[in-house]
Design a protein around this ligand. Structure first.
Ligand SMILES: CC(C)(COP(=O)(O)OP(=O)(O)OC[C@H]1O[C@@H](n2cnc3c(N)ncnc32)[C@H](O)[C@@H]1OP(=O)(O)O)[C@@H](O)C(=O)NCCC(=O)NCCS
Length: 150
C-alpha cells in the first residue's frame, strides 16, 4: 500500500477547486453510490477540519473532523471515504489513525464520537471505537453511535 500525503485545512483555507473536488467525492460516494438523497454539504462544514489524502496527486481518501458541540457533544470524525480507484487497498485504517491523531492534537484528552454505518462496526472497532448505542436509522441507513475513549 502506498501511504497517502495527508493535508488538513479549514473550509475557508481551501481553494474553490479543492472544495469542488471534496464535495464531488463526497456526493459520489454518499449520495450516488449509496443511493441516498440527503443534505451532503451541511452546516457542520464551516465548523470542521477537512483532511484529504492524495496518492500521485489524486484524491484517495477524505474525512472531516467536526468541532465539539456541533454534530455531537464531543469532537467527531465523519464523511469517512476512500475514492473508488483506491477503495479496498488498505487505506481505511491508516486514514482513520491519521484522523484520530489529528483530533487528539486539536482536542487533547477528549473522547471522539462518530455516527457509524452499522455494517462498519468491525472497521471502527479495529481503530479503538466502542459501540455506545443501539442501531438507529439516519437518512434510511442503519447507524450506531461509537466512542473512542481518551
Ligand atoms: C469505509 C471505507 C472508508 C473503508 O475504506 P477501504 O478502502 O475499504 O479500507 P481498507 O481497504 O483499509 O479495508 C479496511 C477494512 O474495512 C472493511 N470494509 C470495507 N468496506 C466494508 C463494508 N462495506 N462492509 C464491511 N466491511 C468493510 C474491509 O473488509 C477491511 O477489513 P479487513 O482488513 O479485515 O479485510 C470505504 O469502504 C468507503 O469509502 N466506503 C464508502 C463510504 C462509507 O460508507 N463510509 C463510512 C461512513 S460511516
Amino acid at each position: 500500500m502506498t501511504t497517502p500525503i495527508y493535508a488538513w485545512a479549514r473550509l475557508h483555507e481551501l481553494t474553490g477547486p479543492q472544495v469542488h473536488e471534496i464535495l464531488q467525492a463526497r456526493e459520489s460516494v454518499f449520495i450516488v453510490e449509496q443511493h441516498c438523497p440527503y443534505q451532503e454539504a451541511d452546516e457542520c462544514d464551516p465548523h470542521a477540519w477537512h483532511m484529504t489524502g492524495r496518492i500521485n496527486g489524486k484524491l484517495a481518501c477524505y474525512v472531516r473532523v467536526v468541532e465539539p458541540g456541533k454534530r455531537y457533544p464531543h469532537p467527531s470524525i465523519g464523511r469517512v471515504l476512500t475514492t473508488q480507484e483506491f477503495r479496498g487497498t488498505g487505506l481505511g485504517r491508516p486514514m482513520m489513525q491519521e484522523a484520530i491523531r489529528y483530533t487528539h492534537q486539536l482536542y487533547p484528552g477528549q473522547p471522539i464520537q462518530i455516527g457509524a454505518q452499522a455494517h462498519l462496526v468491525a472497521f471502527y472497532n479495529d481503530v479503538g471505537f466502542e459501540q455506545i448505542s443501539d442501531e438507529y436509522l439516519e437518512d434510511g441507513i442503519a447507524h450506531i453511535l461509537m466512542l473512542l475513549r481518551c
